[in-house]
Design a protein around this ligand. Structure first.
Ligand SMILES: Cc1ncc(COP(=O)(O)O)c(C=O)c1O
Length: 391
């Protein structure tokens, strides 16, 4: 029997593949330094684990409502009110099994065949694949290093058509670390309002901004809130990637559609994990603050070292935990593209990085600094030596 077109066209996540490859080599005893990870290198806070363990002991191991347990929906609503300055009510907030699934459920809720979704590029790997899985059409909007990979309303205007249904906004960005300033978000929001475009605001890295505070686009006005999906997660903010928990906040017509999808697919996010997440939100942002301070030091070090490598340029990433340096200088001779370069770095320098082409940008690499300072220092030393050999 043939696979469906849908399944045949779907590519596996390249970032997960590279992380798996690095882990495999490490397991064989090869000393690989991983710059590929899309997750914090800190353990989940103990009070979060305790919350889940307590729930398990108390027998909270059965189905929950499809939208999540009421206490967690309420706590997320409060967090969005206090930290993000958005006035949602509980019925506008759904607990989802990770932001990734939340995004998929949004696309499934709003897209009909050939509806266009604008995806600024470089983009996080799953947006185009998910849009296509839901029969939509990703329309890429090329951003450049010259503009620090920051989306502007001016650029956005150039790709809007009658078929544009939505815009994917990801600030801070994976893979570039770019943070869109509030003044620009205001212009982007106005343009979306004028053109009847929904905004899917992926704010997974909201806790990690180093120069200016994070702004949620839905906080700009009630009109903007009415066209926006605010997507967030415990994954990065509380180092809970394996717990699979996040949220989608949006006007009730949309959240109800997502709840219906969950009720017919996953039933509910894992019961005891939700009780752990409830504890995370009680810490008033202390844990993410600790990680933010540490990531900032690592970012500064990484940037200063990259600036020291011949031919390499790297726009300053103001958020998330990634740098996205341009290594096109080294793409010549036997190194034909960034995939060759990544393989060379893995074999020669024993460091794992992700090729820019996985994010729609050939000639770049994504380096995650969610790894110890010691690893960053050693990894960069090796990278410098390996690149020198290519000169
Ligand atoms: C931009 C972006 N959105 C969404 C996700 C998915 O997050 P989650 O683990 O909560 O599904 C990631 C994870 O890497 C991401 O980088």
């Amino acid at each position: 029997m043939e696979l469906s077109k849908r399944a045949k066209n779907l590519k596996p996540s390249p970032t997960l593949m590279i992380t798996a490859k690095a882990k495999e080599l490490k397991a064989k005893g090869i000393d690989i330094i991983g710059f590929g990870a899309g997750e914090p290198d800190f353990d989940t806070p103990s009070y979060v684990k305790e919350g889940a363990i307590k729930a398990l002991k108390e027998g909270k191991t059965k189905y929950t409502p499809a939208a999540g347990i009421p206490e967690l929906r309420e706590a997320i609503t409060q967090k969005l009110k206090l930290k993000n300055k958005i006035d949602y009510v509980v019925s506008e907030v759904v607990v989802v099994p990770g932001a990734k699934m939340g995004l998929y459920e949004i696309f499934a809720s709003i897209l009909d065949e050939k509806d266009e979704v604008i995806v600024p590029s470089p983009y996080w790997v799953s947006y185009p694949e998910q849009i296509e899985l839901c029969d939509g059409k990703p329309v890429f909007l090329e951003l450049s290093e010259k503009e620090n990979f920051i989306l502007t309303a001016e650029k956005l205007k150039t790709v809007i058509t009658k078929k544009t249904k939505a815009l994917v906004l990801n600030t801070p960005s994976n893979p570039t670390g770019a943070v869109i300033p509030q003044e620009e978000l205001e212009k982007i929001a106005d343009l979306c309002l004028q053109n009847n475009i929904l905004i899917i605001s992926d704010e997974c890295y909201e806790e990690f901004t180093y120069e200016k505070p994070h702004t949620s686009i839905a906080s700009l006005s009630p009109e903007v809130k009415a066209i926006t999906f605010t997507v967030g997660a415990f994954s990065k903010s509380y180092s809970m990637t394996g717990w699979r928990l996040g949220w989608v906040a949006a006007p009730q017509t949309y959240t109800q559609a997502i709840i219906n999808i969950q009720s017919q697919t996953i039933s509910n996010p894992t019961s005891f994990a939700q009780y752990g997440a409830l504890e995370a939100l009680k810490d008033n942002g202390e844990f993410p603050k600790m990680m933010r301070q540490e990531f900032r030091k690592r970012r500064d070090y990484l940037l200063s070292e990259l600036a020291d490598i011949q031919g390499v340029t790297c726009p300053k990433p103001e958020g998330a935990f990634y740098a996205f340096p341009n290594l096109s200088y080294y793409i010549k001779g036997k190194i034909k593209n960034d995939l060759d370069l990544v393989s060379y770095l893995l074999e020669e320098a024993k460091i794992a990085v992700v090729p820019g082409s996985a994010f729609g940008k050939e000639g770049y690499i994504r380096m995650s600094y969610a790894t110890s300072m010691e690893n960053i220092k050693e990894g960069l030393k090796r990278m410098k030596q390996a690149l020198k050999k290519l000169l």
